[in-house]
Design a protein around this ligand. Structure first.
Ligand code: DX5
Ligand code: ZN
Length: 226
C-alpha cells in the first residue's frame, strides 16, 4: 500500500484539552486525513469524554473532515445533533444501535458519511446485510472506552475478512482500525487490509509533537527509501 492510500485519523481524546486549537492545527499541518472524535457517555462504555460543544469548537478550528465515533447508549437519538455540531461522518456501534438500517439512512439523508463500528467480540456477520450501505467500516482493535490500550491481535483477522467482503461488495468503503495503533502495529493492520488508522497516543503523545507522530506512523508502513 502506498503512503497516499494510508490515512491517519488522529483521535482528539489523547490531545491536550487546554490547547485544543493548537493541537488540531498541528495534525492538520502534519497531514492528518480526518479528525476522529470519541464521544463517550459513561453508559455504553465506562468512561465519559465530550460531546457536541467540543465537536462544534473543532469545527470552527479546522477544515479537516470530522468523524464522530459514538460510544453512547442511544446513538439513534443523537444523529441530528452530531450533524448540527459539524461532524462530516457519523459512526455508530452496532452493539448499541436500535435500528441500524434507519440510523444509516438518517445519516445519509443529512448528507453525512455513514459508518458502523464493531467491538472486538462482535462478529463481522452482524453487518452482513448492510455492507453495501456503508461509507466507513470501523473495526475496534481494543475494547472501546480508553486510549492507550494494547491492540488485541485476533481483531486483525476480522480486518482481513472485512477487506475481502469490501473488495467484493463495496470497494469504495473505508476500512478503519481504532485502538492501539502505533509504530509497532500499524504495518500489520495495513497488511490485514485497513486503509484508515485512528491513533491517539501515537500522535498526540509523540515526542517531538503530533506532526512528527503522524510522520512516524506513515514511515512505519512505508519506510522512506535510503
Ligand atoms: C477508544 C477510542 C479510540 C482511542 C484510541 O475507545 O475509540 O479512538 O482514542 O486511542 P489510542 O490510539 O491511544 O489507542
Ligand atoms: Zn474511536
Amino acid at each position: 500500500m502506498t503512503v497516499s492510500t494510508i490515512k491517519i485519523a488522529p483521535s482528539l481524546l489523547a490531545a491536550d484539552f487546554l490547547h485544543l486549537g493548537d493541537q488540531i492545527a498541528a495534525v492538520e499541518r502534519g497531514g492528518a486525513d480526518r479528525l476522529h472524535l470519541d464521544v463517550m457517555d459513561g453508559v455504553f462504555v465506562p468512561n465519559i469524554s465530550f460531546g457536541m460543544p467540543v465537536i462544534s469548537a473543532a469545527r470552527r478550528a479546522t477544515t479537516l473532515s470530522l468523524e464522530a465515533h459514538l460510544m453512547i447508549a442511544s446513538p439513534d437519538d443523537y444523529i441530528h445533533a452530531m450533524a448540527e455540531a459539524g461532524a462530516n461522518s457519523i459512526l455508530i456501534q452496532v452493539e448499541s444501535a436500535k435500528h441500524l438500517d434507519r440510523a444509516l439512512e438518517q445519516i445519509k439523508q443529512l448528507n453525512k458519511r455513514a459508518g458502523v463500528v464493531l467491538n472486538p467480540a462482535t462478529p463481522l456477520e452482524s453487518i452482513s446485510e448492510i455492507v453495501e450501505l456503508l461509507d466507513v467500516l470501523l473495526i475496534m482493535t481494543v475494547n472501546p472506552g480508553f486510549g492507550g490500550q494494547r491492540l488485541i491481535d485476533y481483531t486483525l483477522d476480522k480486518v482481513r475478512r472485512a477487506r475481502e467482503w469490501l473488495n467484493l461488495r463495496n470497494p469504495a468503503c473505508d476500512l478503519e482500525v481504532d485502538g492501539g495503533i502505533d509504530v509497532s502495529t500499524i504495518a500489520r493492520a495495513a497488511a490485514a487490509g485497513a486503509n484508515v488508522f485512528v491513533a491517539g497516543t501515537a500522535v498526540f503523545g509523540a515526542e517531538g509533537g503530533a506532526a512528527v507522530g503522524i510522520q512516524r506512523l506513515l514511515n512505519a508502513v512505508n519506510p522512506p527509501s535510503p
